[in-house]
Design a protein around this ligand. Structure first.
Ligand code: ATP
Ligand code: MG
Length: 737
């Protein structure tokens, strides 16, 4: 062929577009330039789907004369959105501010802010992240007299979110005679009422509300249908029912939708994503064109071969070929670790070698199945002084001290924000007891009012003890005073003022020595974040919103899970789920053990097992040049010791792609002399990893790690009786067995 490119280049208006086209292969070029309105690009990992999507936007703006404002692009993370905007600005050399690029949540939020009234939301509505949501649910269970043991809040949260993802409100549900279902429904209904009363919107609600907004307001719908001449969606295989319905509404009648995806990378089924939407798409947009990209540009031959072989074990695939021009490259390194610490040790040794050879930290990722696995690697990286960043887990805006400060700001913006009220009523401690809070809750529940209003009522009634009454009145006064004090000053000054006057700075500063410092620093960083907050680039289109509200909305959306911070030059640690769409030169896939990956919950369920396998495919295909896979023969996770079998996925990788790495080749297991010699901080003394020792008090154990030297030398020992302990060698009298 080649003709696609010729034609495209003839149509290209300038050098920049010509260059843009020349950087594509034929199938990619077709996807970028096709005149078809509805397009499905179905292709494997690393084949350039995201790249095609970005180039198509550039093409449409430059050659098809579609204006920036007429483009709506949906990405999976805020980070991806930021990158995409940047790439388009680079390609076109203009500002892309007026373009709607964002996550489903971000875009839905933007719509709801612009049309709060039509969406039946108060102008001051606040977004809660999942931790806030959980807190609210806990409180609700209390007020409904449901026992948390029988009604685990996390499960309730799961249930509510699952309903919302399907577009189902409590009033749509029928509980029937099942008592459990009846109660669940009751909780869901009360939760909806409570959110409504408090002006709170959770993540699922953002999507559902945005859908209802378009569905129930023909004028709003018509406006956006006319406005957006092209709707583009990345990672289409992972969108849920409500997201799809929303896209359908927006593109109805015009069928102007361009989606890219890979059924083999659908990994959010457990959260309501529906890979079937790929089939639905083909049904609902009958004139669509399907374009397949088959060349992988990301990975070396062995890596790609391994990925293809693993995913081939799944049934019901849409079937795609994926090949590469690249050489086989290094085989995949496979390491059987003695335990999880040894695994971390191995990984960090390899990273050290990479850095010594001139590699950058940024190009390295450690990918694991669950967040709890990160700690081992963090500790090891810390000892070795290699900079790293953990994605997911607790991010800045999710930290307790930050959420406390934000909760004050939220209360100032909206007194009826019950979630914030709960958070700060006695933080910092001001002598308001559980009893008083319970009284407030009871009044709120009985009268169907917010906690704030209930508190004022309780104060009016005057039946509190003097002490409780004073404490409560003090709190009410504090919020009112703050509100007055912050009038007319800059946003960051407001934040500064709140952090100081509420006593949060002192309160957190006094927490356990080092942690307190960190918290104070974080609070100061929040002031800084407010200072640097760019109202123009964030949440644009919400000019009607006050600065503070904008900042708060930004904080909530940033706290969303699956989001990653900006890159610095540091090693990236993240779950496999959050690695989607990313690529790294050197990747460590760790914890390849039955019960870890695939996860315990999935091993008995073929559907979930296949999703785990797709996750494995995603993991392998993140690697560009080097991939290293490891598993531990014994692992302590969630406080339990286990001896897992190696993951079945390992057996699915062709042998020729793998090279086993043995650090302890010449020594009989489990002693590991090689490691002892190579580690700079490792003890050079008489103790070695894996050695069996005995202690007068703790009995027999095995040495897991050693650290420091001379007086400071410490060993970590796993004792049969008492578990893992760190001991100072200078004091611990150990006998070698
Ligand atoms: P994933 O499924 O993991 O999201 P993807 O299909 O979106 O992958 P991209 O991230 O767009 O793939 O591209 C993978 C890598 O290949 C990127 O580094 C990209 O720049 C590169 N690439 C894609 N197409 C080409 C091409 N025609 N020439 C050179 N490099 C390319
Ligand atoms: Mg992609």
């Amino acid at each position: 062929m080649g003709s696609e490119i010729e034609v495209a280049i003839n149509a290209a208006k300038n050098e920049a577009v010509t260059a843009l086209i020349r950087s594509l292969n034929d199938a990619q070029c077709q996807a970028v330039t096709t005149p078809s309105q509805s397009v499905l690009v179905l292709a494997g990992a690393g084949s350039g789907k995201t790249r095609v999507l970005v180039h198509r936007i550039a093409w449409q703006i430059q050659v098809m004369d579609i204006s920036m404002q007429s483009i709506l692009a949906v990405t999976f993370t805020n980070k991806a959105a930021k990158e995409m905007r940047g790439r388009i600005e680079d390609l076109l050399n203009v500002s892309a501010r007026s373009m709607w690029i964002g996550t489903f949540h971000g875009l839905a939020h933007r719509l709801l802010r612009s049309h709060a009234k039509q969406a039946k939301l108060p102008e001051t509505f606040q977004v809660m992240d999942s931790a806030d949501q959980l807190r609210l649910i806990k409180r609700l269970l209390g007020s409904l007299n449901l026992d948390e043991d029988k009604w685990p809040p996390k499960q309730i949260q799961w249930y509510i979110n699952a309903q919302k993802d399907e577009g189902i409100r409590a009033r749509h549900c029928v509980a029937g005679y099942d008592l459990y279902q009846q109660n669940l429904l009751k909780v869901y209904q009360s939760y909806e009422d409570l959110c409504e009363r408090s002006g709170l919107v959770d993540f699922g609600e953002l999507l559902l509300r945005a859908h209802e907004l378009l569905r129930d307001n023909p004028d709003v719908l018509a406006f956006y249908q006319q406005r957006f001449r092209q709707v583009l969606v990345d990672e289409f295989q992972d969108i849920n029912t409500v997201q799809y319905a929303w896209l359908r509404l927006l593109t109805q009648g015009q069928d102007n939708i361009f989606v890219v995806g890979d059924d083999d990378q659908s990994i959010y089924g457990w959260r309501g994503a529906k890979v079937e939407n790929i089939y639905n798409f083909q049904k609902h947009y009958p004139d669509h064109q399907v374009i397949k990209l088959e060349q992988n540009y990301r990975s070396t031959g062995f890596i790609l071969k391994a990925a293809n072989a693993v995913v081939a074990n799944n049934d019901g695939r849409m079937g795609k070929a994926l090949w590469t021009d690249s050489a086989n490259g290094d085989p995949i390194a496979l390491y059987a670790a003695f335990n999880e610490q040894d695994e971390a040790y191995f990984v960090v040794e390899r990273i050290k070698a990479w850095i010594n050879e001139g590699g950058k930290c940024n190009d390295v990722a450690i990918l694991y199945r669950s967040n709890a696995q990160s700690r081992q690697f963090e500790e090891r990286l810390m000892t070795t002084a290699i900079p790293y960043r953990v994605y997911g887990g607790l991010r800045f805006f999710e930290r307790a001290e930050i959420k406390n400060a934000l909760a004050y700001l939220r209360m100032m913006a909206n007194r009826h924000d019950d979630a914030s009220f709960e958070r700060i009523i006695n933080t910092p401690t001001r002598g308001i007891g559980m009893k008083t809070v319970d009284d407030i809750r009871a009044i709120a529940r009985d009268q169907g009012i917010s906690l704030w209003s209930a508190m004022l009522l309780l104060l009016d009634q005057g039946r509190l003890t003097a002490r409780a009454g004073n404490a409560l009145a003090g709190f009410a006064q504090l919020i009112k005073n703050l509100d007055q004090l912050v009038q007319g000053i800059e946003l960051y000054e407001k934040v500064q003022l709140v952090v100081e006057k509420t006593g949060l700075l002192d309160f957190h500063g006094k927490e356990k020595a080092d942690k307190g410092d960190e918290k104070v620093e974080n609070l100061q960083e929040l002031v800084n974040a407010a200072r640097l907050f760019d109202f123009n680039s964030n949440l644009e289109g919400m000019e009607n919103l006050g600065e503070l509200d904008m900042f708060l909305a930004y904080a909530s959306l940033e706290a969303g899970d699956m989001q990653a911070d900006d890159f610095e030059d540091c090693v990236q640690l993240m779950t496999l789920h959050s690695a989607k769409g990313l690529e790294f030169k050197l990747v460590f896939l760790v914890g390849l053990e039955e019960g870890v990956f695939p996860s315990q919950q999935s091993v008995d369920d073929i559907g979930r097992l296949e999703e785990e396998r797709r996750l494995c495919y995603v993991g392998i295909t993140r690697a560009m040049q080097h991939l290293s896979i490891s598993y531990a023969e014994s692992r302590r996770l969630y406080g339990r010791e286990s001896y897992p079998r190696p993951s079945r996925f390992l057996r699915e990788i062709p042998a020729e792609c793998i090279q086993e790495v043995r650090l302890r080749a010449e020594v009989s297991r489990p002693v590991s002399s090689v490691k002892v010699n190579t580690a700079p901080l490792q003890a050079q003394g008489q103790y070695r990893l894996g050695q069996r020792v005995s202690h007068v008090k703790f009995g027999e154990g095995v040495i897991l790690q050693t650290e420091g030297a001379g007086e400071q030398e410490r060993v970590q020992i796993n004792f049969k009786q008492v578990g893992i302990k760190w001991l100072m060698l200078a004091y611990a009298k150990l006998d070698v067995l």
